[in-house]
Design a protein around this ligand. Structure first.
Ligand code: NOJ
Ligand code: MG
Length: 589
């Protein structure tokens, strides 16, 4: 299988062999993070307290009870640090303070304490691959001479060619265009080039430099001391570069372009040493005998195959890694069967839980993506001139996919608004677009609309200005018309709504500790269905989860239907519906 960060994805599904027990039950007293459901908040777009059209920390704090009632265990906040916002905060100018648009450090402390009082853990985003070009370190590097300690915190090189006016190698930026930019020397003459795997305003940090390592140790401690329960680690596969900086022919969107051919900026062995070092720091914060006090690291690492990803979650490294192979799977039972089997096989081999995810702020929302019919691609944004995916089909499949995902043992991530079935904004006028991908690729053959369509402010109340996002009508990105009918107040307490479905799924999953269960493929599994059982560790409860991908309804064995992602057809499971069915006691699968 191949996989891509924000770009185009080719997908091959292999015919699987079906072992009986795919994954054994986890110990019932294992720590919280092994089966946690973690809700991703994109701070700019969740809740705006002051009416400036940008979500903020006081806005988030005020709405945390909504998440307790939804039934998740934790929140992960995308970056809220001081930033010029060239990449929506993934360009950090000060790691130890909050951007004034989002609030203050005090607001962050109140948020963390309020979440804890509600029984929710808090993960923050750590962005260690690059800083903003406005970070004091980068300013100092520009003011200093080539070869200085200030420059050595970044990756500066002399240019190629007789005049040094060609980039040091041919690396591209993930966001399109060159991966290097040239800067003037302090005396104003054309000088060295610096590496930026993302935007020009996101210079890559030099992880060969011990001063850099010590600085990020300290940043970890800064937030751990403020009570955060963990970090989602941005571009975790990118920190260490092949120090020979070779030219490369592979795509920047894939860590391994051909079996054994690893890209020189991705998934280098040296990254693991960094995560061992961080794990030791986090472990210092564990209160002996209290697994609930464990702090965690989750890798955002677009690497493949599954074995390579599992190296990030070996016992002395990170705790979790996002399962992007699952996210990138097409609506196809063979594909899901393959990725589920392989994910458990590789994670079980290192004793780590598998972490399931369907949406985030970098990809088409799954309520849209799963209806995209285009072959071989996950588009990077959809615009008004593109074929429009069928919203009903997308929502039906999204509900079925989530119902399947939340029956899987392990942890899971839910992206804000997916619990409402929010689709991607697929007709956003271009003048609103802010994603650097759109601006960097415009007019080139790498052209992509970018990720703004999945980052639109939340819909809380149908008849309020900005759909209840904030007290004014302002929103930093426009909300599509379809969001009004999907607002929280239209779904709250309504049987059959997507919000009610998520609440029911999460409540049942928590009560019966599905995240710790054992998984086996079930005899109803076939070319057009995906069927597995989740059995509690003590063997007293077995739930069958069945998704019908075929055209004809599928009959169920005896048992009690607990939850269904949509109405059944005379007791049978229609197309694109997932059902949880409790099998009678004594059923041995
Ligand atoms: C991954 C983040 O999720 C994405 O939003 C960001 O643009 C890149 N890393 C660069 O930090
Ligand atoms: Mg605001």
């Amino acid at each position: 299988m191949t996989c891509a960060a924000y770009g185009k994805v080719g997908r091959v599904t292999d015919a699987p062999t079906l072992p009986d027990l795919v994954h054994p039950a986890d110990s019932p007293d294992s720590p919280w993070w092994r089966d946690a459901v973690i809700y991703q908040i994109y701070p700019r777009s969740w809740s705006d307290s002051d009416g400036d059209g940008i979500g903020d920390l006081p806005g988030i704090t005020a709405r945390l009870p909504y998440l307790r009632d939804l039934g998740v265990d934790a929140v992960w906040l995308s970056p809220f640090y001081v930033s010029p916002m060239n990449d929506a905060g993934y360009d950090v100018a000060d790691y130890r303070d909050i951007d004034p648009r989002f609030g203050t450090l005090h607001d962050a402390e109140v948020l963390i304490d309020t979440a804890h009082a509600l029984g929710l853990k808090v993960l923050v985003d750590l962005v260690p691959n690059h800083t903003s070009s406005e970070h004091e370190w980068f300013r100092a590097a520009l003011a200093a001479e080539p070869g200085s300690p200030e420059r050595d915190r970044y990756i500066f090189r002399d240019g190629a060619g007789p005049h040094g006016d060609l980039p040091p190698n041919n690396w591209r930026s993930v966001f399109g265009g060159r991966g290097w930019s040239r800067v003037p020397d302090p005396d104003g003459t054309p000088g060295q080039w610096y590496l930026h795997i993302f935007d020009t305003t996101q210079p890559d940090v030099n992880w060969e430099n011990e001063e850099v390592r010590a600085e990020y140790d300290d940043i970890l401690r800064f937030w751990l001391d403020r009570g955060v329960d963990g970090f989602r680690v941005d571009v975790a596969h990118g920190l260490v570069k092949d120090q020979t900086f070779p030219d490369t022919t592979g795509s920047m969107h894939t860590a391994e372009n051909a079996p054994g051919h690893r890209m020189p900026m991705w998934d280098q062995d040296g990254v693991h040493e960094i995560y061992r070092r961080w794990r030791r720091i986090l472990d210092e914060y564990t209160v002996p005998g209290d697994p609930d006090s464990e702090r965690i690291l989750c890798a955002e690492a677009w690497v493949q195959p599954e074995e390579a990803l599992a190296r990030y979650v070996r016992p002395d490294e990170m705790h979790q890694a996002f399962n992007f192979e699952f996210l990138d799977t097409r609506w196809d039972p063979a594909g899901y069967r393959h990725v589920i089997t392989e994910s458990y096989r590789s994670n079980d081999a290192v004793g780590a839980p598998t972490t399931w995810v369907l949406s985030n702020h970098d990809v088409l929302r799954h309520a849209t993506r799963l209806a995209v019919v285009q072959e071989g691609y996950r588009p990077n944004g959809i615009g008004a001139d593109d074929p429009q995916p069928d919203p009903e089909l997308g929502l039906r499949r999204a509900r079925a996919a989530t119902t399947m995902m939340l029956a899987l043992p392990g942890g899971a991530y839910v992206y804000q608004g997916e619990e409402l079935g929010l689709p991607e904004h697929t007709t956003m006028p271009d003048e609103w677009r802010q994603d650097p991908i759109f601006h960097r690729t415009k007019g080139t053959d790498e052209f992509a609309l970018g990720r703004d369509g999945c980052r639109v402010p939340m819909a809380w109340a149908k008849d309020e200005p900005s759909l209840g996002f904030g007290p004014s009508a302002k929103t930093w990105l426009p909300q599509p018309e379809a969001y009004a009918a999907l607002a929280v107040d239209q779904q709250d307490g309504v049987p059959g709504s997507t919000l009610s479905l998520y609440r029911d799924l999460l409540a049942y999953r928590r009560k019966h500790r599905f995240g710790h269960g054992a998984l086996a493929w079930h005899e109803l599994d076939g070319p057009e269905t995906l069927a597995f059982t989740n059995t509690s560790g003590d063997g007293t409860r077995t739930v069958l989860c069945l998704t019908n991908f075929g055209d004809e309804p599928v009959s169920l064995p005896d048992g009690d239907v607990i939850i269904s992602s949509g109405p059944l057809d005379d007791g049978r499971v229609p197309t694109d519906i997932t059902v949880w069915l409790r099998l009678p006691t004594g059923h041995d699968r």
